[in-house]
Design a protein around this ligand. Structure first.
Ligand code: ADP
Ligand code: MG
Length: 329
């Protein structure tokens, strides 16, 4: 009997040992498994594309390369600075056989033109040229000239999204009037971000951040926590107004603080009210739009900037899952 008990106890003890062995193995695997995931390094790469600093953060360098290629492809289609882009050829020839990408962006722009009652208008091209904010930023203040009423009226006569005709069947975009100039500056960067995210996903990436000079999409998480994004304080260079945590969400900011010139103590920024022909001056200094995709966030930000706080917030309510942060003077 004594032996039996002894043996029985020994067997029990061995069982416990085996149990502890398995427990420690599982804990070991869990710990090093998680640790392994946590330490797989994130690569952050930046490139100058579309006239802005593009940043991609992800764990897979090959996928980052593919995503940058896609952004460059979007720029090749939609740039106003590349003479061979679809948009440049459309502006020059009055019609173009368009890629599905350009068609998608022009269609989205037409929809927002209607929703915003003309505040968002990609035919602002002639006004952008006339005000030449980018050029004037680099000039000595004494050399800056404000366009006269006549010139503004002339430019306005070629502004209106109704001048754009889409032939869906043949994928052709036509401009119904000469001198109409499309400018996708308010939407193309956001669209490029969405395309880059799509390419990252196709390459198996589940966690990434793409930032096109302030138009941002956060995919998944960074390590164990949400991506943290700093929204710029519009009146303090390098100052952060707010830090937000995002997951599978976009944020885009439109402001008057990066591209503007000052003439006789007045600030003239790069967002133009297509209804008046003048740079927007309604007290808003920055609009951040949160949305499920970056194309919507980017374009809506510009539209709200033009519409002003009250009407802008009303417009945002017509979109699903959209939140807005507006900073006024
Ligand atoms: P950022 O370029 O700082 O991200 P936006 O997304 O608001 O800012 O885009 C501003 C650009 O959009 C301008 O540089 C111009 O090319 C274009 N734009 C200006 N006014 C309008 C408008 N009312 N509707 C559509 N596009 C506009
Ligand atoms: Mg925009």
């Amino acid at each position: 009997m004594g032996k039996y008990f002894k043996e029985g106890r020994r067997e029990k003890g061995e069982g416990r040992k085996i149990f502890y062995f398995f427990l420690s193995s599982i804990l070991y695997l869990l710990f090093f498994g998680f640790y392994g995931c946590a330490v797989k390094p994130y690569h952050s790469q930046t490139r100058l594309i579309m006239g802005t600093v593009m940043e991609i953060v992800a764990q897979d360098e090959k996928a980052i390369e593919a995503a940058f290629k896609e952004i460059e492809h979007i720029d090749d289609l939609m740039s106003n600075y590349k003479p061979e882009s679809e948009i440049s050829r459309l502006n020059k020839d009055g019609q173009v056989k368009a890629s599905p990408e350009t068609l998608a962006v022009v269609k989205a722009s037409k929809k927002l033109f209607r929703f915003s009652e003309g505040a968002f208008d990609i035919t602002v091209g002639p006004l952008i040229k006339l005000w030449n904010v980018k050029g004037n930023m680099q000039k000595d203040a004494s050399l800056i000239r404000i366009p006269g009423e006549g010139k503004i009226k002339e430019a306005l006569s070629c502004v209106g999204t109704n001048f754009i005709d889409i032939d869906e069947k043949n994928s052709i975009i036509r401009l119904k009037k000469k001198s109409v100039i499309l400018d996708l500056g308010a939407i193309a960067a956001g669209y490029a971000v969405d395309r880059a995210i799509a390419v990252l996903k196709q390459n198996g990436v589940r966690n990434a951040l793409v930032n096109a000079g302030g138009e941002i999409y956060c995919l998944g998480k960074k390590g164990f926590s949400y991506w943290k994004v700093g929204l710029q304080n519009p009146r303090k260079k390098d100052g952060v107004a707010d830090i937000v945590k995002l997951r599978n969400r976009a944020v885009a900011t439109s402001g008057d603080y990066e591209q503007f010139f000052v003439y006789e103590n007045k600030r003239y920024a790069h967002i133009i009210d297509p209804r008046t022909g003048y740079p927007v001056d309604n007290g808003i200094i920055s609009v951040s739009v949160f949305a499920d995709d970056c194309t919507t966030a980017d374009a809506l930000g510009t539209a709200i900037f033009v519409l002003g706080k009250e009407k802008g917030e009303q417009l945002a309510k017509r979109f699903k899952n959209v939140e807005v942060k507006i900073i006024t003077k």
